[in-house]
Design a binder for this molecule. Structure first.
Ligand code: GLU
Length: 493
């Protein structure tokens, strides 16, 4: 039987890291087994339905490159893939369950249920339905249905125990007395999650249900539904929880954002996949860097751990930096495009990319690094005058450095010539390069000076040096009250 698995989001919020990890593991397993990965939209909670969240979930999955084989937009043999379009299937299943005595109509009002809940809470009892409508008299039931009284269909949880076989956790036994007589069908004819997911997993021929551990408490109910409906259950796999560094469930509090926010920050999808794959799985070889194809090859569902995974921001950053370093420069330029100012044309960006490549952790950091190509450092920060020197000497040194730039193209010869200038004035070469960096680039932390100068072009470099020299020279003859161009403690590189 070909493997079929699914991601089944409810479009009620953004796709978070835990959800993205579930998508990835389903995708990897389906690809690995040459099966099908299905996307099914569980939109039966009409009140919480949010079209924007649906769009962003699809966008997030597409961004990761985890294209589904069947589902929204692509269709497939088990269409429709929106549960709201499959109501008659759930209603038929509920009807079958009622007829077989596995489910029953319940007419309890919200008011009664609320009072019941409060009473149970006061008595410190688990809150669950008390079975009030479990055994309604058949003729009374008929009458109430005929009169159109709104009612729900509830599952009749039998006595005994239910066994869940989880691929990672083994055999788990649940005492049925802990399970609630779950509502399966609401009075508006919409199913609850439990009925809809079970019916669809069967109808869509799922062989594997791979989902987060938070769904584990629901699984015995699903197993019971399979038994009641006479269907074979799929293989259940509950992926470990994702925790923050403080071991609480991962949330915004830990700085975790929705998946698309990571895109905005300049994480690469290949880095996200690599990182997410290691939230609960590892190949056991020590190898840490994978692209998506590599993950498909290496992935083994049996190697997923059952103990919680811990989110590590520093690890994500380093994986991202590594993937940035691995991109072909042309490809990196393309990825950087949305993050850098438009004034930086494609040619300029292509030239700057190799310089940026080893200096960023996230794509968004490139913006500050390359801005100087199109923005002159107008307000020279301190740093033009080397420690132990003064403005007059600094102007002379910069003037000589300018002559070096004026004489030739940047290259090894130019560096040697600049070192000579520094030596002649008793400056450390590093101090001169720092002053030049401030003059030409406008920042001490920057791309390398000579390569950057070469990209800027001789005219622009000379113009910037002239401006810097004018600033320093202006401060020499000026009143003694003029601020020194550099504070003592900032003079070293
Ligand atoms: N609709 C559920 C969710 O939002 C699906 C859970 C499952 O995979 O069964 O995650």
């Amino acid at each position: 039987m070909p493997v079929r698995d699914r991601y089944a989001p409810s479009p009620t919020g953004a796709l978070h890291l835990g959800g993205a990890r579930t998508v990835l593991f389903n995708y990897l397993f389906a690809r690995k087994m040459r099966g099908q990965f299905v996307l099914r939209i569980e939109d039966t909670d009409q009140k919480r339905y949010d079209p924007e969240s649906l769009a962003s979930i699809l966008e997030g999955i597409r961004w990761l490159g985890l294209q589904w084989d069947e589902g929204p937009e692509v269709g497939g043999p088990y269409a429709p893939y929106f549960q709201s379009e499959r109501l008659s299937l759930y209603q038929a299943a509920a009807q079958r369950l009622v007829e077989a005595g596995h489910a029953y109509y319940c007419f309890c009002t919200p008011k009664r249920l609320e009072a019941l809940r409060k009473e149970q809470e006061r008595a410190h009892l688990p809150t669950r339905y008390d079975g009030h409508c479990r055994n309604l008299d058949p003729s009374e039931l008929k009458q109430r249905l005929a009169a159109g009284e709104p009612g729900v269909v509830r599952m009749r949880i039998p006595d005994g125990k239910t066994v869940v076989d989880d691929l990672l956790r083994g055999r788990l036994e649940f005492d049925n007395s802990t399970l609630d007589d779950q509502v399966l069908l609401k009075s508006d004819g919409f199913p609850t999650y439990h009925l809809a997911a079970t019916v669809d997993d069967h109808e869509m021929a799922m062989t594997h249900v791979i989902r987060g551990e938070e769904w584990l408490p629901s699984t015995p109910k699903h197993v019971l539904l399979y038994q009641m409906l006479g269907w074979d259950p799929p293989t259940f796999v509950h992926l470990p929880l994702v925790l923050g560094p403080d071991r609480a469930k991962l949330s915004k509090r830990h700085g975790a954002a929705s998946l698309l926010e990571y895109r905005e920050m300049g994480y690469l999808p290949e880095a996200m996949n690599n990182f997410l794959a290691f939230l609960g799985w590892s190949p056991g070889t020590g190898e840490e860097l994978f692209d998506l194809d590599g993950l498909v090859r290496a992935f083994e569902l049996e190697k997923v751990q059952s103990s919680p995974a811990v989110f590590d921001q520093a690890k994500l950053d380093s994986v991202n930096a590594e993937h940035i370093r691995r991109l072909a420069p042309g490809e990196l330029s393309r990825r950087l495009r949305p993050f850098v100012p438009d004034e930086i044309g494609d040619d300029l960006l292509a030239q700057a990319t190799p310089l940026v490549q080893t200096r960023i952790t996230k794509l968004a950091e490139a913006a500050d690094l390359v801005r100087f190509f199109v923005e002159r450092p107008y307000d020279y920060p301190e740093g033009l005058v080397s420690k132990g020197s003064d403005a007059a000497e600094a102007a002379a040194v910069l003037e000589e450095a300018r002559a070096v730039f004026a004489a030739g193209e940047p290259g090894p010869g130019l560096e040697a010539a600049l070192r000579q200038v520094a030596e002649k004035h008793g400056w450390k070469a590093g101090d001169l390069f720092m002053a030049l960096r401030v003059a030409i680039i406008g920042s001490r932390q920057s791309l390398p000076l000579l390569e950057s100068s070469s990209i800027l072009g001789q005219d622009e470099v000379l113009a910037r040096l002239d401006a810097a020299i004018a600033t320093v020279a202006g401060s020499t003859g000026a009143a003694a009250s003029q601020k020194p161009a550099i504070a003592e403690d900032e003079a070293s590189p």
